[in-house]
Every structure is written in C-alpha cells, then in structure tokens.
Design a protein around this ligand. Structure first.
Ligand SMILES: Nc1ncnc2c1ncn2[C@@H]1O[C@H](COP(=O)(O)OP(=O)(O)OP(=O)(O)O)[C@@H](O)[C@H]1O
Ligand SMILES: [Mg+2]
Length: 394
C-alpha cells in the first residue's frame, strides 16, 4: 500500500483549455492541493508541452480552436513519448456519444462541465495514484531487468571460470595419477633414475596444482569482498630481493639473468605476504614469457609520497589491442610461455586487486618484439603503531 502514497507536488498536471475562466477555476481547485500545474491554451501547444514536460495527467477540453480535444488526445496516444499519459476529458459536451468518443480516443475518464471541485479532485487523485503506481512498477521492472542482466553476466563469468579451472585442474591431476600408477606398479624394467624422474614430475605438477588452487581461492576471496590486508611496517627493498632470489633457480633454468637496481627507500606500510605475491607474479611472468638468454630488470625508486617498483623484460611484448584485457580474469592473450610452463591467466588479475587494496596502481608499457615493463606505485605511508588489519573491501 505504501506504493500508493505520493506527494501531490510530485504530480505534474497539464490543463488544456482555451477559456480563461475554465483555466482559472481548475487552477484554483488544483493548486491549493499542492499539484504542479501547467497550462496549454490549444491542442498544438498541449502536444508540444506534453512531450517536453511529461506530465502525469492531462485535463483536456474538447471544443477548442485548431485541433480539438479528441484529435489532441489521438495524437498524444500516437506519440511514443506521450502515449502513456492519462487523459481526462473535461467538456461541456455531455451527450453519451461525446463521452464514448472521448474513451474511444484513449481518454481514461470524462467529466462534464459545469463540474464540482470535489468530484474533479477525487477523480484526479484516483488517476494520479494509478499512474504513480504504474510508474513505480515500471521502475521496479527495469531494476529487476537490470539485476537479471547482471546475474546472467555473473553466471556466464562463473561458468567460464569453472570451465577453465576444471580444465586446468584435470591435466595435473591426471599426470599425478598416471606417474604414481607407474611407480606403484614397480615394473623392474624401469631404472631407478626413471622412477626418480616420475617423482620429480609428481612433485612439480603438485606444486603447479597448489599454485592454481591458491589463485582460485584468492579469486573467491576478492569476489566475496573479504580481502583482509595484514598491514605492518616494512621495507620493499629486501622484499624485492627475496622474490628475485626465490625465482633465481627458475630463471637459471632458462638462462635468464635478473638485474636489480634498488634505491634505498624508507619503510612503509603494506601487507608483505600479499606484496610478495605481487612481485613474484610479475617476476615469474617476465621469466615465463621471455626467451632464454634475455635479461630482466627489477627496480625500486621513491619520492616523498610514493614508492615505485618495476619489472622489465626483453620478452615478446604484449599486442596493443590485448593490453586493455591484461588485468582481467582469463584475458586470453596470444603470448605463451616459452618453456611449456602453466598459464592460467589469473595472476595479473590478482596482482591488480592486491595493489588497489593498498590504494596503489599498476601500469604496463609494452612494445611487441621489444619487451614489457610493469610499474607499481604504492603510497608511502609512515608507520602507525595502531594500524594492524584493515578490510579494504566492503
Ligand atoms: N611479461 C609479460 N610478457 C608478455 N606477456 C605477458 C607478460 N605478463 C603477462 N603476459 C600475458 O598476459 C597474460 C596474463 O598474465 P597472468 O599473469 O594473469 O596469467 P598467466 O601468467 O598466464 O597465468 P597465472 O599467472 O594464472 O599462472 C599471460 O597469459 C600472457 O599472455
Ligand atoms: Mg602469471
């Protein structure tokens, strides 16, 4: 029932009449009630005002110079912008056929002159309420359609996400199952070295799998809006060095050198595990997508307000048209690992979420055939002992 309540000041009424006294009487009836009243003195003018003003109700005289009330109503009903505005005829023509014609032209009501103010007011109130209710319902339907559209999009993303995740989980699991079967069969014809190879494969594949599961868990954390940063004061320089070191064995395998250029920077506040994850993603991407024999540079600079680190490689670069998708889930970019490594397409999406949770930003510059550089800026925040854990998302 609350839907039926409206403020008269929210209701715009257009009076269409060529006689000044009629206009005055209607005006005096409606205005004290609080309705927002406008006036047109002939049909053409009414059509013009109605299409701009979009009134909630039109009180329409029939006998007017130029186009009469019936025709005015007919034309209002033919125009997409004005056809839903309820029209009440107010006329001295009181014959049955006049009234029927009024309804035939699309009127919702018919009042004969001379009229009683109370009657006009209660009819207006009824139609204004109905119209108000109709508009509310239309608004709600639009909202529902919008929500529905959003849900369908989310459902599509979820299906794509599950499809990719399942696909990426299946192959390592089959590898683990296959190699462990071979091992357990204990076939004498296989050498010890061969068996150690299998165990190494199982070990490597389980690590890949664990990485994927971590990524999937991170994504679900972001989507539920529950990323809690564990903030503390720390220094980015040793963190960058640690991540370079952790990737050293991997880069050595590909004969890729990592050169560091780290400025001395003040301590700042960040979540060191999450920031380590960001740095690791960027360095391991640089190794993963670069050709053997190339080099990677990792740098750190600062100014009074911010810290900036970068990871630069001499890899294949990222096509310009793909760069806008780089930080989305499964961007499907046509740049592939150079040594058969795993590539799910979640890393940079997670990186961006973490950086933004720190009120920072990330950009990419990349030239095909020359290489890629990722820059990360973080606000330089001086330690505050009272700050421990912050929920960034709501
Ligand atoms: N340094 C880079 N050089 C060239 N292409 C890159 C580089 N970093 C990322 N890309 C491209 O962007 C895509 C998305 O990177 P992202 O880190 O999100 O995913 P991924 O490394 O393929 O998989 P994941 O990080 O989930 O294991 C990559 O698949 C690759 O095509
Ligand atoms: Mg990655």
């Amino acid at each position: 029932m609350s839907d039926l309540k409206f403020e008269p000041s929210e209701i715009k009424i257009l009076i269409v009449d060529d006689t000044l006294t009629n206009i005055e009487v209607l005006h005096k009836t409606l205005e004290p009630e609080g309705y927002a009243v406008s006036v047109a003195t002939h049909g053409e003018m009414a059509l013009e005002i109605a299409s701009h003003l979009n009134p909630d109700l039109i009180l329409l005289d029939i006998m007017m110079p130029g186009i009469n009330g019936y025709e005015t109503c007919e034309r209002l009903k033919k125009n997409e912008d004005t056809r839903d505005i309820p029209v009440i005829f107010i006329s001295a023509k009181g014959e049955m056929e006049d009234i029927v014609e009024g309804f035939r032209m699309g009127g919702v009501d018919y009042i004969t002159k001379p009229f009683r103010s109370e009657e006009v007011l209660s009819r207006i109130k009824t139609h204004a309420q109905l119209n108000y209710l109709k508009k509310q319902q239309e608004k709600r339907i639009k909202e529902l359609e919008y929500q529905n559209h959003k849900l369908r999009n989310l459902d599509e993303i979820k299906n794509r996400f599950l499809g990719t995740a399942m696909h990426d989980l299946r192959s390592p699991l089959s590898a683990i199952s296959g190699f462990s079967d071979l091992f357990l069969l204990g076939d004498e014809s296989y050498s010890e070295d061969q068996k150690i190879e299998w165990v190494k494969m199982i070990n490597q594949v389980s690590k890949d799998l664990l990485g994927l599961v971590h990524n999937l868990l991170d994504i679900s954390v972001f989507e539920s809006g529950q990323l809690n940063l564990n903030l503390s004061s720390g220094n980015l320089s040793p963190l960058l060095l640690k991540q370079v070191k952790m990737n050293q064995a991997y880069s050595n395998q590909k004969n890729i050198s990592i050169i560091t250029s780290l400025e001395e920077v003040p301590n700042s506040i960040f979540d060191s595990n999450r920031m380590g994850q960001v740095i690791d993603n960027l360095i391991s991407n640089a190794i993963k997508f670069s050709q053997p024999g190339t080099s990677i540079q990792v740098g750190l600079t600062h100014n009074d307000e911010s810290l900036e680190f970068y990871v630069k490689d001499e890899g294949p670069g990222i096509p310009k048209e793909d760069q806008c998708r780089l930080f989305t889930e499964f961007p499907g970019i046509n740049v592939h690992p150079t040594n058969g490594e795993k590539s799910t397409g979640l890393g940079l999406f997670i990186v961006k979420k973490i950086v933004e949770a720190h009120s920072g930003s990330i950009q990419v510059e990349s030239i095909e055939g020359q290489g890629t550089i990722f820059h990360v800026q973080l606000p330089l925040i001086v330690a505050r002992p009272d700050l421990k854990s912050v929920n960034i998302f709501h």
